[in-house]
Design a protein. Structure first.
Length: 148
């Protein structure tokens, strides 16, 4: 087992990226990691804002056309192996923003996350439940641990 795999088996660093929407999922994800009720840090799941430290990229909101290139740059900056988790209805399907004008597609929305970067796990909900956030991160762990 390499040093990186050894470290990842003992701690996972999650980077949260907001790509549009209402911020409801962001609040629940931060609640999941920092609040005393869920306290993901006791399971060695830490929030980071540096893509070079991240193992898992959690993306919330529909991907707007203005954020496509920055999102790809963040994804590329995360070292291999990496996993992406799409959190919430907006990130998984585009949510209410995808067809905000009825039958006319929105000019501002590029699409759900899996149309921009590869997604390993999807967390449903509007907003996501903290329990589901933990499940989504756990679902992405085999990609990280079996990479060697």
């Amino acid at each position: 087992m390499s040093l990186k795999s050894y470290s990842r088996a003992r701690a996972v660093h999650v980077m949260l990226v907001y790509t549009g929407g209402c911020n409801g999922c962001d609040i629940e994800i931060v609640n999941c990691i920092f609040s005393p009720k869920y306290d993901a840090e006791q399971y060695k799941v830490f929030l980071t804002w540096n893509p070079r430290e991240a193992d898992v990229l959690v993306v919330t909101g529909p991907v707007t056309k203005h954020i496509v290139e920055p999102l790809k740059a963040i994804y590329e900056a995360i070292p291999e192996p990496k996993a992406v988790v799409a959190a919430g209805a907006c990130a998984t399907m585009g949510g209410v923003y995808k067809n905000i004008h009825g039958d006319i597609p929105s000019e501002e929305i590029a699409g759900p996350v899996d149309e921009i970067i590869p997604v390993a796990a999807k967390i449903p909900g509007c907003a996501v439940r903290p329990e589901d956030v933990l499940s989504g991160v756990v679902a992405a762990l085999p990609l990280l641990l079996n990479a060697d």
